[in-house]
Design a protein around this ligand. Sequence first.
Ligand SMILES: Cc1cc2nc3c(=O)[nH]c(=O)nc-3n(C[C@H](O)[C@H](O)[C@H](O)COP(=O)(O)O)c2cc1C
Length: 180
Amino acid sequence: MNVLLIDGHPDLTTSTANAAIVSTYKQQADWCFHHLGTRDVVVAAEQTALLAADIVIIQFPLYWSSFPYVLKKWIDDVFTFNFAFGPNGSKLKDKKLIFSITAGAKATSYASDGFNLMPIADYQRAFEHVFRAAEMIIVDTVITFEMNADSNEGGNKEICLNLANLHAEKVMSLVTSLDK
Ligand SMILES: Cc1cc2nc3c(=O)[nH]c(=O)nc-3n(C[C@H](O)[C@H](O)[C@H](O)COP(=O)(O)O)c2cc1C
């Protein structure tokens, strides 16, 4: 199966969690990696890569309970009429999709009476919209909370790296289970 990894971090050079996760994924020599933070989006190339993929992994840090701007731009540019939706827009139908998300907050903050205002499932329904419109199959959402490496913000780099390692292993075993 062809696996396409979309790295939606705006700048991996400033990242701890996503940089560690993506570097673990790089053990998978046959995966195709697209790093959105480091280059312009060439729509035709992105669409070709999506067409060739059986499994698409959308990797990103949760920013304001949604995508970083680089990932939103990629979606807005690439998921076009008659490609991802519209009368001839079923090109991505039935491709498998995995969300792989890092979050700084505690899971318990995602509640109607918490700092993040709503359950994470409610935000998910919003950011899943485009992929559901494209008739893709959302296989799973792997989300790890409390990924904060910055000690000035109460974080801990070592804990963050351990969580990143567990997170990457989980996503890779999910892919292996689909590849049977
Ligand atoms: C602009 C910005 C917005 C953020 N918004 C959220 C948020 O809404 N919920 C949350 O759990 N974490 C939020 N965070 C924390 C990031 O999710 C966390 O720093 C990131 O997952 C760590 O990954 P990295 O080390 O790869 O950058 C935000 C961080 C930034 C910089």
